[in-house]
Design a binder for this molecule. Sequence first.
Ligand SMILES: [Zn+2]
Length: 253
Amino acid sequence: MKISKIVLYDEPAVPEIQLDKIKKFITNTFNIKVETKGDFFKSANNDIFEKIATTRIFDLKNQFKKHIPTIEEIQIEKENNPHQKETSLYDGFELQNIVKEYIQTNENTLHIVFTNRLTATFDESDFRYHARALIGSNPAIISITGIIEAPAKPKQFYLDLMTNFSENRIEEVNKKYKGEFLEYHDPRMYEILEGYVLQIIVYYETGEAFCDKKECRLFNAHWQKDLLHSQIESKKLCEHHQGIINNFNKSFR
Ligand SMILES: [Zn+2]
């Protein structure tokens, strides 16, 4: 394997991440050393917060344009208030470039940064931004909010909501579909993260993105239902990808 070490950076606002457990999962699966660190953004130079604020997106239907942040917006980044995160969008590739500036990268060390900021990327095929759970490559970013917001909920859920927007109605609809999709502080989040970490490692190592089999943990889920299926109900790799991981470990010995 070209990766000999992985550095994981925590998002303290999301205790469900359980970084030490992820470390154990990686070392049990691969022959890779893992180091865990605290909040990446807090550990960087203070000027990073202004830079992050420049990556915010306000127009979903236009390509990225650097935002000129207000003092208040920079303050929001410093505080990293979780409630703010459900409503702000950040350009994932711009954010990744900023992270890169603050990390000494080499080919053999893969950095994985967890954040509750909601990352999005501009899609040339339909000319609009879409929320993303994962920004791959090195450093890789896993957006916890992206995991909750990017894969779609059942179609009927949106239709039910459309009939009435009152607060009571939203609560009622949420109750009806409870369990069918991830919510904030969902106890199932940890297992989902294992899958995304696998996707990052295999992609970085092979350049081969995702799997088309729903029962494989490398499946790129566009629906919450499929995400829960591949990471929790199935919770395994397809034969092809299990073979790839077995080969990684063989070649390392
Ligand atoms: Zn697969």
